[in-house]
Design a protein around this ligand. Sequence first.
Ligand SMILES: Nc1ncnc2c1ncn2[C@@H]1O[C@H](COP(=O)(O)OP(=O)(O)OP(=O)(O)O)[C@@H](O)[C@H]1O
Ligand SMILES: [Mg+2]
Length: 370
Amino acid sequence: MSLSRLSVTGVRNLHPVTLSPSPRINILFGANGSGKTSLLEAIHLLGMARSFRSSRAAPVIAHEQVSCTVFGQVETPSGQTRALGIARERSGELQIRIDGQSVRSAAELADALPLQLINPDSFRLLEGAPKLRRQFLDWGVFHVERRFLGAWQRLQQALRQRNSWLRHGTLDGASQAAWNRELVLASDEIDMYRQAYIQALKPAFETTLASLIQLDDLKLSYYRGWDKDRPLGEVLLGSLERDRLLGHTQAGPQRADLRIRIGQHSAADILSRGQQKLVVAALRIAQGHLLNEVKRGRCIYLVDDLPSELDAQHRGALCQLLDELECQVFVTCVDPNLLREGWRKQTPVSMFHVEHGCIEESADSPGVKA
Ligand SMILES: Nc1ncnc2c1ncn2[C@@H]1O[C@H](COP(=O)(O)OP(=O)(O)OP(=O)(O)O)[C@@H](O)[C@H]1O
Ligand SMILES: [Mg+2]
């Protein structure tokens, strides 16, 4: 996928703007506070129905505006053009349109515009709560396995039912057993999809990481959310009393995690900030490679403040990897000179200057080269 046109109105400090981005590399440069991250947020809003800084609508809407809108014309790898639009009101109301039709589920947007974000908060993927790593993992599984979403929805429903009777005890024995069965079936299915995905992700991640940085002992492993040697039904039976006391189900795919370790230690405890950024970038780029392998098209990379924390050599290596992915990329930086080089000759690169909320394509875009 690539955005061939992007219109943004009412997002943070950005003046209403329509851009025709390059299908490959787009560099947004400008002073602190000029609006670079805000443009990435607008694209994120279009693909995920929310900003990456806040899930609330208000912070992303420009002061004194009641709503923000983002439209995108998306070119698919099969040569189709799709029109995506999103409007968020200060009241919280959300409207999503795909090809002129109203759509209720953000999953359809995510399917139409797969996005990967690498930003200065990315280290949280390593040191933050398991939920972030599950989200990362499930992004990949969702995009390569069509049956995942259905299994996920069944799991959520079965979990809600079980947690409700754990708290209130208001379900008869036969219904409890039926919901337990549903919970176990959905859990096993999700675990199967996640395992298959991890098996493909691991080698892609190792190759990507090796071309960014030498970290030989770094290992990625998957915890499915319950004992790997016991069936979930048995685990749930054994933990029933504790689950009742706590009022929720402790074991299951809702507790899965990705473990990123160096020897006996968590990678987050050992690695420097720059190294963490490279590990997270390798994880996200590996996901892009896996997505490129399936027919459903490519994702768009949003890389906020690419040069920060990276020396020239690692900056160059990251640019090269992004370039080789053959995806559309939006990167931001303060100093454009740091990102002028490092792209292949044939790669179209467009540069946009962001100043006080105005965005203009820069005349010295290397994108004009033949
Ligand atoms: N809701 C809002 N309405 C209007 N302006 C806002 C709103 N929220 C934030 N801003 C302003 O938008 C400006 C742009 O912020 P943004 O994060 O996009 O800057 P940036 O170019 O990424 O800067 P940096 O280089 O420091 O990362 C900031 O000056 C901020 O104060
Ligand atoms: Mg910024």
